[in-house]
Design a protein around this ligand. Structure first.
Ligand SMILES: Cc1cc2nc3c(=O)[nH]c(=O)nc-3n(C[C@H](O)[C@H](O)[C@H](O)COP(=O)(O)OP(=O)(O)OC[C@H]3O[C@@H](n4cnc5c(N)ncnc54)[C@H](O)[C@@H]3O)c2cc1C
Length: 509
C-alpha cells in the first residue's frame, strides 16, 4: 500500500475510538494515510467479566419494570459523567470502544426521506452505508422491511429467532394486509452480531460471553495491526486550535493523568468523541461558538406485552435476547415519520421479574419504541464560559414532555386497538416513557447545511472558521434517522473522512 502523506510531517488525527472514530480511521488508513487516534480509552475493571459471569447465577427478584442501565458484565466503565442534567437521561462515554461496549446492535439505515434536510442525498451516502454495514457485519434476512430499509451490503447470516418471535412473525404474516392497512409493517431485526459466534445463551443484555456482538474495539484491533496507525489511550482532548493564517497544521491539546498536558500536531483532525464530549471540545476550542445549542433525540418508551399464544417453557432459554423483530408504525396523525418498535422476547430481565409466574413468563415480551425527533422539542444545551483551566461546564435542559407523552400513549393505544391482529396485548399501566435522551440516539447540535450559519457545519462537518477540523459523529446530522442511529453515523463519518482527503474517490475504488 502506498502512503500519499508518508513525507508529511504530521498524521491525520482522530479523536475517539467509538464507532464514528474507528470507521473514519479505517477510511483514512485504506486510502494509505497515517493516522493517530487519541482516546480517553477507559477499559473495564480487572476481572469484571469473570465477576459478571459469576453474578449471573445469583437469584434476583422484584417486579419493577424500571429501565435498568445496560452494563458490560455488571461494569459501568462505558459510561462517563455527562454534566448537569435537568430532567434528561443522556449518557456519554470515555471508554475504549465508546458506548458500543453496551449497545443493542440494532442496525437499520437512514431513509431517503430522513435525508431531505441534509446537504447530501442517498446517492452520496450509499457507498459509505455499504462500508459501514460491512464493517458492522449487519445480519438479517430479506423481508418486507427492505422496502423501507434496503440492505447496502449483502446481509450476514441472521441469528435464529426465539420461539416467541417465530410465533409472532407467523401471526403477522397471516395478517399482513390487515396490518398494512393500519400502518404496520414488520420484519426480522437487523443486528450487528456474528451468528457463527453466538452462543444463544440468553444473556446478550448483560454482556456477550462469546464476544459475538460488534463493538468498535474490534475495528480498533484491526487498525492497530497496521503500522500506519497509532493509538494513544489515556488522553483526554481539551481543545483543537487551527493555526493562524498560513500555518498548515492543527494543534490538539490533550491531557493525560500520567504525562500532564501535551500538544499534538496534525494535518487534519476528525472529532468523534460522541455528541456530548464533542460539544465540550468544540466550545472549549471556540469561545466564539454559540453557547446555546439544541440536541435532537428520539422519544423512547418501554411497553410490556403479553403474547396471546404461549411457547413451551423448555424452549425459552436457548435464544439470543437482543431485539427479535422490528415493527414500523406509519401513522401521519401521530408522527410524520414511522414509529420504530423493537420487540424483545423472553430475556434475563423478564426472567428475574417474572420467575414466580411461569404462566406470564411464557407469554411476556417488551416493546422498545422510538418516535422520530420531529415529534418533540430538542434538549437545550447551555454552556458556561470556560473556567481558568479552559474547561466548559455543560447543562442539559429537558423540553416539556406533555405532548410527547401524549403521542407515546397514542402509539400504545394503537397497539392495544390492533392487539388481535398483532397477537399480543400491551399492558398499558406498565408503559414507561423514558426521559429525553435516554434513547441514546442523540445528536444534531452542529447540523450540516449547504450554507452553514452560526452553529451549523458544512457538508464535511466543519464549523465556520475551521478548515481542517471535521466533526464526524452524530453531532452533525441535520435530522436523525427514523429508526436506529449508529449505522448512519458511521456511514457519514466514513464519507466525511474519505472525502476530506480524497474528494473525488469512491470507497470501493
Ligand atoms: C445502552 C445503549 C444501547 C444502544 N443501542 C443502540 C442500538 O441498538 N442501535 C444503535 O444504532 N445505536 C445504539 N446505541 C447508540 C450507540 O452506542 C452510539 O450511537 C454510538 O456508540 C456512537 O458512537 P460514537 O463513536 O459517535 O461515540 P461514542 O460511542 O460515545 O464514543 C466516544 C469515544 O470518544 C472518546 N472520547 C470522548 N471524549 C474524549 C476526549 N475529550 N478526548 C479523547 N477521547 C474522547 C471516548 O473514549 C470514546 O472512545 C446505544 C447506546 C447505548 C448506551
Amino acid at each position: 500500500m502506498s502512503h500519499p502523506n508518508a513525507e508529511a510531517s504530521h498524521p491525520f488525527l482522530v479523536i475517539g475510538s467509538g464507532p464514528s472514530g474507528v470507521i473514519a480511521a479505517l477510511g483514512l488508513i485504506r486510502l494509505g494515510h497515517r493516522v493517530l487516534m487519541l482516546d480517553c480509552g477507559k477499559t473495564p475493571e480487572k476481572d469484571a467479566k469473570k465477576l459478571g459471569l459469576q453474578n449471573r447465577a445469583l437469584p434476583k427478584s422484584g417486579l419493577s419494570f424500571a429501565v435498568p442501565r445496560k452494563t458490560w458484565f455488571g461494569s459501568e466503565f462505558a459510561y462517563a459523567p455527562v454534566g448537569q442534567q435537568l430532567g434528561t437521561g443522556l449518557v456519554s462515554s470515555q471508554a475504549r470502544g465508546g458506548l458500543s461496549n453496551v449497545w443493542g446492535a440494532a442496525s437499520l439505515p437512514v431513509t431517503a426521506k430522513d435525508l431531505e434536510s441534509w446537504p447530501i442525498d442517498l446517492q452520496d451516502l450509499s457507498p459509505h452505508l455499504a462500508v459501514a454495514s460491512e464493517e458492522l457485519g449487519v445480519a438479517g434476512i430479506r423481508d418486507d422491511l427492505e422496502s423501507i430499509f434496503p440492505f447496502y451490503a449483502e446481509p450476514k447470516t441472521a441469528l435464529d429467532p426465539s420461539d416467541q418471535a417465530r410465533l409472532l412473525e407467523g401471526h403477522w404474516k397471516m395478517r399482513r394486509d390487515g396490518l398494512a392497512k393500519k400502518g404496520f409493517r414488520f420484519g426480522r431485526s437487523r443486528l450487528a452480531v456474528s451468528a457463527k459466534n453466538c452462543g444463544m445463551d440468553g444473556h446478550c443484555l448483560e454482556g456477550c460471553e462469546k464476544d459475538a456482538i460488534y463493538h468498535s474495539t474490534k475495528t480498533l484491533e484491526k487498525l492497530r495491526a497496521n503500522p500506519s496507525f497509532q493509538y494513544l489511550s489515556g488522553w483526554q482532548v481539551i481543545r483543537v486550535d487551527e493555526g493562524p493564517g498560513s500555518d498548515p497544521d492543527v494543534q490538539v491539546v490533550a491531557r493525560s493523568l500520567l504525562e500532564g498536558e501535551r500538544t499534538f500536531s496534525a494535518e487534519r483532525v476528525f472529532l468523534a468523541a460522541g455528541p456530548i464530549e464533542t460539544t465540550r471540545i468544540v466550545l472549549q476550542s471556540r469561545p466564539d461558538a454559540s453557547r446555546t445549542l439544541s440536541l435532537k433525540y428520539h422519544p423512547y418508551f418501554l411497553l410490556p406485552v403479553l403474547i396471546h399464544q404461549a411457547v413451551q417453557a423448555k424452549s425459552l432459554d436457548r435464544l439470543h435476547t437482543l431485539s427479535q423483530l422490528f415493527l414500523e408504525l406509519d401513522r401521519p396523525e401521530i408522527s410524520d415519520r414511522p414509529v420504530h418498535l423493537q420487540i424483545y422476547t423472553y430475556n434475563s430481565f423478564l426472567k428475574d421479574r417474572l420467575h414466580r409466574v411461569p404462566f406470564l413468563l411464557k407469554r411476556a415480551a417488551v416493546i422498545q419504541g422510538y418516535l422520530h425527533p420531529h415529534s418533540c422539542d430538542p434538549i437545550q444545551i447551555l454552556a458556561a464560559p470556560a473556567d481558568s483551566a479552559g474547561k466548559v461546564e455543560l447543562q442539559f435542559l429537558a423540553p416539556k414532555r406533555r405532548n410527547v407523552v401524549k403521542k407515546i400513549r397514542q402509539v400504545s393505544q394503537e397497539i392495544f386497538k390492533n392487539q388481535f391482529r398483532l397477537g399480543m396485548t400491551p399492558i398499558l399501566p406498565a408503559l414507561k416513557a423514558a426521559l429525553p435522551g435516554a434513547d441514546h440516539h442523540t445528536g444534531g447540535q452542529f447540523p450540516m447545511a449547504e450554507k452553514p450559519q452560526s452553529n451549523q457545519t458544512d457538508r464535511l462537518g466543519r464549523i465556520s472558521g475551521w478548515k481542517k477540523t471535521h466533526i464526524v459523529d452524530s453531532s452533525v446530522l441535520p435530522d436523525l434517522p427514523t429508526a436506529t442511529l449508529t449505522l448512519t453515523v458511521m456511514a457519514n463519518s466514513h464519507r466525511i473522512a474519505t472525502q476530506a482527503v480524497a474528494p473525488n474517490r469512491l470507497p470501493h475504488e
